[in-house]
Each structure stands twice: as C-alpha cells, then as structure tokens.
Design a protein around this ligand. Structure first.
Ligand SMILES: [Fe+2]
Length: 311
C-alpha cells in the first residue's frame, strides 16, 4: 500500500494513456490501481469494497501474466496490503477489468516451484469457491468444475517439472477459466479468511486460501453436499460411479495430503499462531466482502471453529 502510494506520488499519471504490466498478480494489480487513480484521483482506499469506482479508466491496459493463478489479468479486483489495518484492501469493480490479457504458458516456465504452487492453489480455490458460491449458475458451474479438474491435474507436475509445457498450459487455462467463473460468481470464506491471515503472518495469498480449503469445504458441505462431492470427484478423491457417494473425513484429509505434497502447510502453528490473534482474524474475516457469497453464512463462532481446525 505505501509502495503503491509512493508510485502515485512519483509519477505524473496525467502524462500517460496506457499501461502494460508484465509480472505476477501484484504487478498487475498495481497497474490496474494506477489506471483508477489516473482517472478518478484520491486514494485507492476511497474505492475499497464492491463497485465503488465511479468511472471507467481512460487508460488502455495490457496485462501479460508470468504466473498462473491470480487471474488478475482479466479480473475486476485490485488487492493491496494496508499496513494500518493489518489486513488487505480489496477494490472490486467491473470498471477496472483490463483491456487486453495476453496469456501464454511459456511465460510461466521459469516460475520457481514455490510460486508455482502458491499461485496454483489460489487458482484452485478460485475455481472451487466460484463453484460453491451463492452466485454460481448454469453458465459458471461447468467452467468452475473443468478448471478444478485442469488445475488438480496440472499443479503437481508443474511444481515438480517446471518445463512441463502441458502442465503449464493446464495451469494457465485452468487459472484463467477459474477467474472467468470467479468474476461472475465471486469467492467465499477461504478468500475472506485469507485477508487477515496474509496481513498477520505475511504468508502468500495461495497458502492462506489453501490452508482454509479443507475446513471451509467441510463447513459448507452442510448446505452444498452434492457440490462438495462433485469437487472431490473431479479432483480424483472420490469415484461416484464405483458407488463412492458418502462424504467422509478421508476426503478432507486427501486435500491436506495434496497440499503437503506440494509444500503448502495446512497448519497455522507453522506461521506462529497465538491465541491473541484469534479476535483479529475473526473480526477481519467477518468484514471481508467475499464472505457474502459463501453458501453457508458463518457466525463469529463458526469462523473461530474453522480457525481452530487450522491450528
Ligand atoms: Fe485469490
């Protein structure tokens, strides 16, 4: 956030008419944020929340992602860490969608394994949360499910063999598809929890979303049981054709094993969790804009219960 404000101070934004971003989600988000400030002025904090950007930016924006995961190259979101409130601010508005996205899996070949998995898990959670969202519909659901399948197949080989172009392509297409569904159906409780977790523990966004995935799916399964089973099936954790149609703790454990194989921790204790953090995590999760799209409305007590499962 302070870095973003430094850039705004140092550049005379009125002198520019376009922006080209080559990089990961943060680079692309900064470019999108600059386009907003160039048009609307003020501080990016003024536009935090849902649909608060008053005008379409004048700038043309061309986004070339070098990671596969955030979906920022096509999305309506800008995410920045706000050091003052120990959380992230999220600007969500269709007005800030980039003009052009150039996605090429070869641009992701040199991405290091740890970034590959953190971005890839983010994309997986975009696909899953868009599928279970209250705004999911007949158009978005097949896109979400296919994205879950592609990412589940491509993530481990892309992590283990970065030059596996087939795996990189599955990740790149899966990630963009996940955000196509996500822009229309939105996210949920994993993304809500990720806001304070990233700010408090300085963990990557994908790590935060990934560690929340199993407990949030278990929490949501009370209201979207069939969808949770479909997710497990396309991830290869269940086989309904073989009569496997019961949600057991085994399925959630398979998610945690999958995370472990790609070095994503499922435990907050690995990041220095202390009991006094609980209040901030619960409070900031309740405030997160994505929470409203989660299929099951969590109370503060529910969120504390989910966090306890992550310790
Ligand atoms: Fe995300």
């Amino acid at each position: 956030m302070s870095l973003f404000e430094d850039i705004v101070k140092k550049l005379d934004l009125k002198k520019f008419d376009s922006v080209i971003a080559v990089g990961g989600g943060s680079v692309i988000d900064v470019a999108k944020g600059l386009a907003v400030i160039a048009k609307c002025g003020g501080s990016i904090r003024d536009y935090a929340g849902f649909d608060k950007v008053p005008d379409y930016p004048d700038w043309k924006s061309i986004m070339i992602p070098t990671t596969a995961g955030t979906g920022s190259e096509i999305s309506e979101g800008v995410v920045l860490i706000d050091e003052f409130i120990q959380s992230k601010i999220l600007v969500l508005s269709l007005k800030i969608c980039p003009t052009i996205a150039l996605t090429d899996p070869e641009m992701t070949i040199s991405m290091p394994p740890n970034i590959t998995v953190n971005c890839g898990i983010d994309a997986l959670v975009h696909a899953i949360e868009s599928y279970t969202s209250i705004d999911a519909n007949a158009l978005t659901e097949p896109i979400s499910l296919r994205a879950i399948e592609l990412i589940s197949q491509g993530l481990k080989p892309a992590y283990e063999h970065g030059d596996d172009l087939d795996a990189r392509e599955a990740m790149q297409i899966g990630s963009t598809m996940a955000m196509v569904a996500g822009m229309n159906a939105h996210m949920g409780l994993c993304h809500s929890l990720a806001m304070p977790l990233c700010a408090i523990y300085h963990m990557p966004h994908g790590q935060a979303c990934g560690m929340a995935l199993a407990p949030v799916l278990e929490f949501n399964s009370v209201v979207v049981k069939e969808k949770v089973m479909n997710i497990f099936e396309v991830m290869g954790f269940m086989d309904k054709d073989a009569g496997d149609d019961t949600l057991t703790s085994d399925c959630y454990e398979k998610i945690e094993s999958f995370l472990k194989e790609i070095q994503i921790s499922a435990r907050l204790s690995d990041f220095g969790f202390k009991d006094e953090h609980m209040e901030t995590i619960v409070k900031e999760t309740m405030k997160a804009v994505q929470r409203q799209f989660n299929p099951r409305k969590p109370t503060e007590k529910d969120i504390a219960g989910i966090v306890k499962r992550m310790i």
